[in-house]
Design a protein around this ligand. Sequence first.
Ligand SMILES: *Cc1c(COP(=O)(O)O)cnc(C)c1O
Length: 444
Amino acid sequence: MHRFLSEPRVAHYTRAFGSTTVKAAVDDVLRETRAAASRGAEPPPFADLVARVSGRLASLEDDGLVPVLNATGVLLHTNLGRAPLAAEALAAAAAIAGGYSNLEFDLEAGTRGSRYARVTPLVVAATGAADALVVNNCAAAVLLALDTFARGREVVVARGDLIEIGGGFRLPDVLARSGATLVEVGTANKVRLGDFERALGPNTALILRTHASNFRIEGFTAAVAPADLAALGRRAGVAVLEDLGSGAIADLADFGLPHERTVGEAVADGIDLVAFSGDKLLGGPQAGIVAGSKSAIARMRANPLLRALRVDKATLAALAATLALSIEPGGLRKIPLYALLGATPDELERRARALAAGLGDAVRACPSDAYAGGGTAPLAKLASWAVVVRPPDGATKLARRLRRARPRTIGRIEGDEVLLDLRCVPPDRDAELREVLSAALSLG
Ligand SMILES: *Cc1c(COP(=O)(O)O)cnc(C)c1O
């Protein structure tokens, strides 16, 4: 064992996987070798055994969670981990997660404190809400709100709002799971305030409004202004929950996208509880944030289910740092999502042309459409530029070679071409992208 562990090709993996995993790989190889020897096989030389151990560990490394270069043009790609974190958020998470902290400790009193004490004022400052709560993701936030308010009671929802988002999250199913009874109002395309008014009764617990995150209803439509819905709820003494999902904190119109309803607007409309994700348009870690009124948040905070949905210290630290950037003057562009959104088409064109130059006839720079993704402004195209490759051996093969390259590079296949969209690629990764592409082309 000791001889194996002092071999550089094996020792190298101790850092990545820890010694237990490395020793287990050595044990496996030795056991196999002894078993083979007992069947009369010639024992292989030591160098071969080292190669077997390091090969086994290398394949473990391939199976692990690895960084990828996102050249899909989809900024908030759920399959690729949604929002990249700001340097400030990473530093905060490292400082807190790498040691002990005052996570649930009041430094003044020397007694137990609240896990949410430091992040709440930041959500309040970023949204204008009176109070806030943070859980694991937006789906958990909606579930907690329904469980708190609507178990065994009725939730009024417009038929056009009964959505399914990615990952099989269907609102009617979540409602059923939370023990609430769904009361549908209006039609698929039209709903009026009177529809909601007539549906309210003694057993109504909540009015629920959702963000049409991944579709649009267009044409012959009618909807109720959120402020009118909030006013109706107040008159009737029924809380209004809005599942906002993407949770814009800034005006996306400043970044060439259509305006997207912001959390601040929902709060200003008088919505009692606004639920949104931390890793969509806030550009932070995975989290579910509820911004709302003091009384509604207090009820959610008292729900024992909160304990099962609570967030980790690293997430809280990263979230707090991201929220701080979102409200600090000039801070927004330090959030990678907004730095990427802020790149001008001219810059992207220049980079695409420089990348494509000298890579042969199969490669050219072209305008491209990028997307926000993550259930945000689904139809809105963001002007972008891409390096477009028409490989002689087909787009599927080149895309596979790019996925297998280091860094693993994910493009977009359109017909018989592979597009490497630069909208999600930070400029300081261009040299790597060019190297990966040039190597993948020469292998073809
Ligand atoms: C994305 C989204 C959710 C789920 O958010 P997660 O943080 O992924 O759980 C819920 N509702 C809407 C409207 C969404 O867009």
